[in-house]
Design a protein around this ligand. Structure first.
Ligand SMILES: NC(=O)c1ccc[n+]([C@@H]2O[C@H](COP(=O)([O-])OP(=O)(O)OC[C@H]3O[C@@H](n4cnc5c(N)ncnc54)[C@H](O)[C@@H]3O)[C@@H](O)[C@H]2O)c1
Length: 264
């Protein structure tokens, strides 16, 4: 019960449909098992409700809320709903991330560039902006932003990479400007994870089989040539969101099987 008596908002708590668990859903299940009460936010209402049902079926407490991080009104609405339902917001976990249509700068079109930046980076800004006043008033809070090793490693996805690098910088800025209020802000940079967005999403976009995508990704991981799973991200988030990490803020934590340490 490492999150006993804590209230957490998980933004992006649904998932892309597929045969494995997404990062937000695994984190929701783990946080509930460790005692947190959850407000589960997603643009896809049905998917957020599926996560809430899974949590409830294990005896946890969760409410699903439909909201789009591209809207400040929506972000303010879910922050207010959490305060109304549970009385406080101890943990904010920003998991939303998209990348469809991305490419190197000379190829990616302006509409795609702007959409990815708006959802991944400005969306996390909106979510933090809406929740921070409540955390500052409490004199307590913990924010974990889900970035990517793409923020620090070369990829062929320019907008995604820029959005996640921006998220890293923004998170450290929020950490410094809110440290005196007892608010910690950290980043997890997942590497290659076996989630539906990465496998089913990529297989569909490239017209190849899931197994082919898996094989290609596994080969790139130094640690036993095996991708991580959503549980690896969830366990890192559990540590950062618990009081065990009470002296940890402004950290950028790779959860990547060594990918970001591999040079050459
Ligand atoms: N899977 C990987 O290999 C990998 C690697 C590095 C980083 N990440 C990051 O992990 C996070 C989760 O990835 P995942 O693979 O579990 O993806 P996912 O697609 O399963 O989960 C993302 C969720 O965000 C929701 N969402 C999308 N746009 C939204 C919006 N505008 N407002 C509210 N909700 C919205 C989606 O409906 C979905 O439920 C993302 O931030 C991603 O960039 C994933």
């Amino acid at each position: 019960m490492r999150l006993e008596d804590k209230v957490a908002i998980i933004v992006g708590a649904g998932q892309t449909p597929g045969e494995t668990l997404g990062n937000g859903r695994a984190t929701s299940l783990l946080f509930a098992r460790e005692g947190a009460k959850l407000l589960l936010v997603d643009k896809d209402k049905t998917s957020a409700e599926e996560t809430a049902s899974l949590v409830q079926s294990e005896g946890g407490t969760a409410e699903a809320v439909q909201a789009d991080v591209q809207s400040m009104d929506d972000c303010e609405r879910f922050a207010a709903r959490c305060k109304e339902r549970f009385g406080r917001i101890d943990i904010l976990h920003n998991n939303v991330g998209i990348g469809a249509g991305d490419a190197p700068v000379h190829k990616v079109n302006e509409e795609t560039w702007l959409r990815i930046l708006d959802v991944n980076l400005t969306g996390a800004y909106r979510s933090c902006h809406a929740d921070l006043p409540i955390m500052r008033e409490q004199g307590y809070g913990c924010i974990t932003n889900i970035s990517s090793v793409a923020a620090i490693c070369a990829t062929r996805t320019a907008a995604y990479r820029a959005s996640k690098a921006g998220m890293n910088a923004m998170s450290q800025d929020i950490a410094m400007s809110n440290a005196k209020y007892g608010i910690r802000v950290n980043v997890i940079m997942p590497g290659l994870m076996d989630t539906p967005m990465a496998i089913e999403g990529y297989a569909k976009a490239r017209g190849v089989s899931r197994e082919e995508v898996r094989e290609g990704r596994n080969k790139l991981v130094p640690l036993q040539k095996q991708m991580g799973t959503a549980w690896d991200v969830a366990y890192a988030a559990l540590y950062l969101s618990s009081d065990e990490a009470k002296f940890v803020t402004g950290a950028l934590l790779p959860v990547d099987g060594g990918q970001s340490a591999k040079v050459g």
